[in-house]
Design a protein around this ligand. Structure first.
Ligand code: ARG
Length: 280
């Protein structure tokens, strides 16, 4: 079955404001290579597996709308649309909502809380579990509301390193049951919860070197993972567990604190039903 992804071309993308530490040093920078890098990413994703792409039209007042991971969290045919913490991104909400409604989803918002969609909420692919990051963007209250909606256990994980302000910059659950994680991005309690939830052989702890290359911000399509960059060590580990690894330069998007996974939103999403990895 094809992986359905929501994407948005970088028609109006640049770094106009700073709402995370990556952006601070780049405010006012143009991103001349953004279109080329984005087109190569999309082409690569289309080549490595069976994907169906749904596009959002870029808008002039919303440079970060390219980061569609933050549009919503999709649970079956429901899209829980983001409520952005920063005013700079709130104009994206109605655009994302309309695009998701057009794609056939029922849409809703959480009540009186900040929530940044699949940037901060990731379903485990084999365990019936939703990892929910909070602290910098999404609020803890959002993770509690998610518990009422998603139909599986929600693991609220406090993020403590501002460079990894969204969960998808520090955690990547894979369909093999393995989970990439940069542990220092999480509070000690969150680290304990991750170690309890994921069997030791399945938790792949990445180095700060890999985390800073956005290796956790990878898109999985079939047996391929697509990312900006990673160390040879991580590449070999991923090969060992059966993945093909593809790297594609996304430096223009790193300026805004985003990378491959942030530029996509998985539309066929929801809680896993089995425990395949644990019993394999
Ligand atoms: N500049 C954007 C922001 O700070 C980048 C978002 C990256 N998205 C993600 N899912 N990590 O909101």
């Amino acid at each position: 079955m094809a992986t359905r992804l929501l994407i948005c071309p970088p028609g109006h993308y640049d770094v106009r404001y700073a709402i995370n530490p990556w952006m601070t040093q780049h405010v006012g920078d143009a991103a001349p290579d953004a279109v080329r890098q984005w087109e190569r990413l999309v082409e690569l994703i289309g080549c490595v597996g069976d994907v169906e792409l749904v596009q959002v039209e870029p808008q002039s007042q919303t440079p970060d709308i390219v980061f569609t991971a933050n549009a919503a969290l999709v649970v079956g045919n429901l899209a829980i649309v983001s409520s952005f913490r920063h005013a700079e991104r709130r104009r994206e909400q109605p655009v994302y909502r309309a695009a998701l409604a057009r794609a056939g989803f029922a849409t809703t918002f959480l009540r009186q809380t900040y929530f940044e969609g699949a940037g901060d909420a990731l379903f485990d692919r084999v365990r019936p579990l939703l990892y929910a990051g909070y602290g910098w963007r999404t609020e803890r209250g959002a993770t509690l509301q998610l518990q009422e909606i998603v139909g599986c256990r929600v693991l609220p994980l406090l993020l403590v390193d501002e460079r990894f302000y969204h969960l998808d910059t520090a955690l990547c659950p894979l369909s093999s049951g393995h989970v990439l994680a940069y542990m220092d991005a999480f509070s000690p309690h969150a680290q304990t919860m991750l170690r309890r939830a994921i069997e030791p052989g399945y938790l792949i702890e990445v180095s700060v070197d890999d985390a800073l290359r956005f290796a956790c911000n990878a898109v999985e399509v079939g047996d391929a993972v697509v990312m900006h960059d990673c160390t040879r060590r991580l590449r070999e580990r991923l090969h060992d567990i059966g993945y093909r690894v593809f790297r594609t330069e996304l430096t223009e998007f790193l300026k805004a604190g985003g990378s491959a996974k942030c530029l996509t939103l998985r539309l066929d999403d929801g809680p896993a039903v089995g425990m395949a990895a644990a019993t394999a």
